[in-house]
Ligand binder design. Structure first.
Ligand code: BJW
Length: 255
């Protein structure tokens, strides 16, 4: 990794007034959480998203989809924040208005200590009624429900129909308050760090382009070229768990 790029990133961050970070699955890869689209080990290389991550899939085979998310929870349960999450939490200490906008559902930013986190795609550790029978959303605490765990999703305690994970599937609207908050912060952003996203899923994929349109500088952290690279002013082509701590060190050298 070019040391000049590390220094340039640190200089841009130091001079920023509103620092915003957009993260995707790549930021959690070094914690052992699989990405979606990496060719060999991404989830969608092994599983078909149309059969697992849509309302239609859940209506067609609720047990298959529920079991897939239980499998994902088992994969994520031992995961711990990696140096990229830790560096972002440390960066928030230095820049208290810094905002993370994440597509991730794994909670690792919060575990690392980040406070200002906008979650675009929900939270795998939470559940809700598939029909939102008590209003949108209808959260359900499944630890209070007794049901046969081999039979698929638990019954909603209010309406008796299915409980589902509180994540955003393809074709679903994003949580409106989170999306609104993201749009507001992007309009104010002068430096955006884009970390570990392929930039193919809307509306998150447009956010760096919108930030750029509003005059922001975009710094990408990704070992592989993405849909964001064409709009990036600076591309740190390395795993985020390696590049972000080095940017932090470069910031600390000039305090
Ligand atoms: C590293 C690294 C390391 C590796 N360090 N980096 C046609 C055109 C435009 C839009 C649409 C369209 N047809 C349908 C749509 C809308 C659709 C969409 O965008 N589809 C596209 C795929 C075409 N979007 C939606 O449906 C969204 N809702 C919506 O738009 O509502 C309005 C609407 C509805 C209907 C029609 C039209 C409009 C909802 C999207 C929900 C996404 N949900 C998922 C699943 C969440 C639950 C779960 O986990 O199961 O969210 S899909 C999946 O993709 C997940 C992720 O958050 C999301 C983004 O993936 P991400 O994070 O970018 O991961 P990867 O794997 O793609 O990339 C990882 C990157 O990390 C790579 O670049 C690596 O190189 C890098 N990396 N190691 C740093 N160590």
């Amino acid at each position: 990794m070019n040391p000049q790029f590390i220094q340039q990133a640190a200089d841009l961050i130091r001079a920023s007034k509103q620092l915003t970070v957009l993260t995707g699955a790549g930021v959690s890869k070094e914690s052992g959480v699989p990405t979606f689209r990496d060719a060999l080990d991404g989830l969608w290389a092994q599983y078909d998203p149309k059969r697992l991550a849509t309302q239609f899939a859940f209506e067609t085979d609720p047990k298959l989809v529920w079991d897939f998310y239980e499998f994902r929870r088992d994969l994520m349960r031992p995961a711990k924040p990696n140096p990229a999450h830790v560096s972002l939490a440390a960066l928030e200490q230095r820049f208290p208005t810094m905002q993370i906008i994440t597509q991730n559902i794994d909670n690792l930013h919060e575990q690392a200590g980040s406070k200002n986190v906008i979650r675009l795609h929900g939270n795998i550790w939470a559940n809700k009624c598939f029909y939102d029978c008590q209003g949108e959303p209808t959260p359900v605490d499944i630890s209070t429900i007794g049901w046969d765990r081999n039979s698929g999703p638990p019954p909603c305690p209010y309406c008796g129909r299915w409980v589902r994970p509180d994540v955003v599937w393809f074709g679903e609207m994003l949580p409106p308050d989170q999306l609104r908050a993201a749009k507001e912060v992007i309009a104010q952003t002068d430096v955006m760090l884009v970390i570990g996203t392929s930039g193919v899923v809307q509306p998150a994929a447009d956010m760096p382009y919108i930030a750029k349109y509003h005059g922001a500088t975009v710094i990408e952290f990704n070992p592989v070229e993405s849909e964001i690279t064409p709009v990036a002013d600076l591309w740190l082509q390395a795993p985020a768990g390696e590049s972000l701590p080095r940017v932090l060190e470069a910031l600390d050298e000039h305090v």
